[in-house]
Design a protein around this ligand. Structure first.
Ligand SMILES: [Zn+2]
Length: 380
């Protein structure tokens, strides 16, 4: 069976069609499909790629470890640490996860983080994510952590990082998942606060590969953090930044020119600026796109309207990621599956998205080659 990719989904199409490349009639259909985007979409929609999605090796590059806290673990940690939650049971927490906007998401997000106290809590949180990632055949992760969410509550930097790092090391040994750790600054806090956090991180430099920028984007442009990022690069860290999720394309320009980032996290609003798209293509700048997150936070009203396929067709190095999966309705496999169905992604698109993630990762060229070979084997 062959899937043909198309630019955009069409809501009126509901029936599935499959084509066989050996069949002359189907071949004719495919030719028509090449002329008509609607039929192309129709054909791609009919192909079930869930098995392919399940078996391909994946890299996840945009994942906040605090955003993987499932209600069951939140409750267990609250009991272990004798913390009173404003929720009586798992069902009530799950209902609170049905937030309606960014603020209601942040409320539950920070309430959840408050149950993380000991090094073992951070270990358990990270380990639970890695087990889920392994079940999605994730082979490499580059995870974010937000030290300020914890140090501001009096938790030591060492407690946070040792718990996370030890789980990542165990994940490499026991689950065969390689990793990089990225420290994010909360952009709604001051640049001085970020600089202090960077200073605090320096004794643990060997555990941290890169620094990033997350939290509420609008009103907190990358330009606010130039000095921190300059210092971070001097210290040998690579840099990434959330930009162009809710914020305008200008924030992406700033992330590139002022913060000298290696990747843009989200970046979906780049499409509004043709010059920017041309530059991103030219520089092969990766975008770590998070479809279900964008849906839940209303960056797009429906997944069918998401511009992931458009960005991919424009030649951008697009990757699929889960962002805060406990809160946004799905881990990386689910992001792939739902995007494939909603946008009619072809097998070639799936291959490209998975390959882009390995290319965009911070591993060695040798490891990239090895993972891409693994991916190619899985496509057969
Ligand atoms: Zn994010």
């Amino acid at each position: 069976m062959r899937a043909i990719s198309v630019r955009r989904g069409h809501p009126l199409l509901t029936t599935a069609l499959k084509i066989n490349p050996q069949s002359p009639i189907d071949h004719l259909l495919a030719m028509f499909a090449d002329w008509g985007g609607l039929l192309q979409y129709y054909l791609a929609m009919g192909v079930d790629l869930s098995k392919l999605i399940e078996r391909i090796p994946k890299a996840e590059l945009h994942l906040h470890i605090e955003g993987t806290l499932e209600p069951e673990l939140m409750l267990a940690l609250a009991q272990r640490n004798q913390i009173e939650l404003p929720y009586a049971d798992v069902d009530e927490i799950r209902r609170a996860y049905e937030f309606s906007d960014l603020q209601s998401f942040l409320d539950i997000y920070y309430a959840g983080a408050a149950v993380l106290i000991t090094e073992q809590d951070y270990y358990d949180l990270t380990w639970a994510y890695l087990e889920r990632a392994a079940s999605d055949n994730v082979r490499h992760v580059e995870i974010f952590f937000d030290p300020q969410t914890h140090t501001d509550r009096g938790i030591s930097f060492a407690t946070v990082i040792y718990g996370i790092y030890r789980a990542l090391q165990d994940g490499e040994t026991n689950l065969n998942i390689t990793f990089r750790l990225i420290m994010c600054f909360l952009r709604h806090l001051s640049a001085d606060d970020a600089m202090n956090t960077l200073e605090e991180a320096l004794p643990h430099k060997s555990c941290i590969h890169a620094v990033g920028l997350d939290s509420s984007e609008v009103g907190h442009p990358p330009s606010k953090f130039v000095a921190v990022f300059d210092r971070a690069r001097e210290e040998g860290f690579l840099t990434v930044a959330h930009a162009g999720e809710e914020g305008p394309p200008e924030y992406i320009w700033e992330a590139l020119d002022l913060l000298k980032v290696e990747r843009i996290d989200h970046g979906v609003r780049a499409i509004e600026d043709a010059k920017l798209v041309a530059r991103l293509v030219d520089e092969k700048m990766p975008l770590t796109v998070c479809p279900l997150s964008n849906l839940k936070l209303r960056v797009f009203n429906t997944l069918e309207e998401h511009n992931l396929k458009e960005l991919l067709d424009a030649g951008l190095c697009v990757t699929i990621n889960s962002d805060d999966p406990a809160y946004f309705g799905g881990y990386i496999g689910e992001n792939f599956r739902q995007s494939q169905r909603a946008l009619g992604l072809s097998a070639e698109d799936i291959y490209l998205l998975a390959k882009n993630a390995f290319i965009a990762s911070f591993i060695s060229d040798g490891d990239k080659k090895r993972y891409i070979q693994e991916l190619e084997m899985a496509m057969k």
